[in-house]
Design a protein around this ligand. Structure first.
Ligand code: HEM
Ligand SMILES: *[C@@H]1O[C@H](CO)[C@@H](O)[C@H](O)[C@H]1NC(C)=O
Length: 426
């Protein structure tokens, strides 16, 4: 079966600090509504290498991620001053020195470190790093933070870190973290409810299993968060992060070259200990790459078009995983925003039929949310937006993207969640 972007999009619901001692507030959330069970329209049967297709090779030497003593990648808990945030993949990479242990990263370090640790493709790492830097980092020193704020070279940049990007980068309906509005503005509060839901879905996790979790958390947020909002870019990031779990955390072997993901390995990457619902403990900042773990082959590196196709496939299985819009101030009041209206006609559902156009939408949606701060230190490119456009230029030409669309953000005025910024803390 082939999943086209066109048919996936036709099922679109109208388009749509460093490390503070935040109390884990899950207990306060007991009186919430659970969405009813829902079956997928079909099962995709995708391998754990997702849309890049099955892996045809296994090479133990290339794929072992050596975190043993003497490797230089030993696990070490973050020390005082080290920044960690809401992303388990980045926290684990920093805890093992694949990216700097202090949590401040350059683009080159992102590409190298995430390639080495997870076989993330250079194009995907570049995009994620440039967006992090432009939204919440320092384009002059070319650094960004995997958690809360840091001191930029010149004080005009909002160097808030990715924890300070609610509805720009970070979004509601995350796989395990709670919605900012329901957690005192923090974006990284572990939700035992979500974790236990995920845990009980399977003993071995696949793309189809994670799609079910993505559907569950989306419907849960709509039912319970009056400020639920899904922006054009962050509304794709949270669903894509679900697929990162399968694509980047699975273990690989000669018998199973496309990978398999056990509960033990999942717990290690998420910093969870304990063996059963009611007994789990989340250990903040302790995300860990397991010993004897083999990443996906680099020949199957996970890239930008793969990310889009996997999210689209999940949305075909469970229409509504992708949506642009939000609740209008009360729970369960979701209203959507039309993609064609939003982009002044540059993108429409039919247009997005091929993978490159989907990638272009992602690139342009990421740029649409950027601050347009000017500074002479940025040289000829002049502004943060100019800098990011230049950095992403090679990707934009690779995918033959149309002229930059301006997004009509006025369409978001009726959603109170759209302007809610959160506290900037993980
Ligand atoms: C430069 C690379 C990366 C950046 C900038 C990044 C950024 C983010 C951001 C902004 C979020 C919040 C999204 C949301 O609201 O749900 C997030 C969540 C997440 N990321 Fe990453 N990420 C990166 C790489 C990775 C990698 C390599 C993995 C897997 C190994 C990963 C796995 C996840 C997961 C599972 C979540 C959801 C966490 C939860 O809800 O508990 N990410 N990431
Ligand atoms: C990964 O798979 C190999 C082969 O089955 C196994 O020997 C190894 O222990 C697994 N690693 C983890 C962390 O489960």
């Amino acid at each position: 079966m082939r999943f086209s972007l066109a048919s996936a999009l036709l099922t679109l619901v109208p388009l749509a600090a460093a490390w503070p001692n935040v109390m884990e507030m899950d207990r306060a959330l007991k009186k919430r509504e659970e969405p009813p069970p829902r079956n997928p329209t079909f099962k995709s049967g995708r391998p754990n290498t997702g849309a890049s297709g099955p892996a045809l090779t296994f090479n133990a030497r290339d794929q072992l991620v050596n975190v043993g003593s003497g490797s230089g990648h030993e696990f070490r808990s973050p020390r005082s001053g080290d920044i960690r945030g809401q992303c388990p993949g980045l926290n684990a990479a920093a805890n093992h020195n694949f990216i700097p242990r202090n949590g401040l990263v350059t683009t080159a370090q992102t590409i190298q470190g995430l390639g080495d640790a997870y076989s993330m493709s250079p194009d995907l790492a570049l995009l994620l790093a440039v967006v992090s830097t432009a939204l919440a980092g320092d384009p002059v020193s070319n650094r960004w933070s995997i958690g809360g704020r840091f001191t930029p070279t010149i004080p005009i940049f909002p160097a808030n870190g990715i924890a300070g990007t609610h509805n720009q980068y970070e979004g509601d309906a995350s796989i395990v973290r709670g919605d900012a509005y329901l957690n005192g503005g923090s974006v990284g509060v572990f939700q035992m409810r979500s974790w236990e839901h995920l845990y009980q879905l399977a003993e071995e996790y696949t793309m189809d299993v994670i799609a079910a979790q993505s559907d569950y958390v989306t419907r849960w947020s709509i039912l319970n968060n009056p400020y639920y909002f899904s922006a054009p870019f962050s509304g794709l990031v949270a669903p894509a992060a679900h697929n990162f779990v399968i694509n980047f955390m699975s273990n690989h072997s000669a018998e199973n070259p496309s990978g398999f993901l056990t509960r033990e390995v999942l717990k290690s990457f998420f910093g969870v200990t304990g063996d059963a619902p009611g007994q789990f403990v989340h250990n903040r900042g302790q995300e860990r790459i397991p010993e004897n773990w083999y990443k996906r082959p680099f020949s199957n590196a996970y890239n930008i078009p793969n990310v889009l196709v996997d999210v689209q496939t999940n949305n075909l299985m469970y229409p509504g995983i992708i949506r642009i819009g939000g609740n209008t101030g009360t729970t369960n009041s979701f209203a959507g925003v039309d993609l064609t209206d939003l982009t002044g006609g540059v993108f429409n559902v039919g247009d997005l039929a091929d993978g490159n156009k989907g990638a272009c939408f992602l690139l342009q949606a990421s740029l649409a949310g950027l601050p347009d701060i000017s500074n002479p230190l940025l040289g000829a490119v002049g502004s943060v937006l100019g800098w990011a456009t230049q950095q992403l230029g090679p990707l934009s030409s690779k995918f033959s993207c149309p002229q930059l669309a301006t997004f009509d953000n006025q369409l978001f005025n009726k959603f109170p969640g759209a302007s809610y910024k959160g506290s900037g803390n993980a």
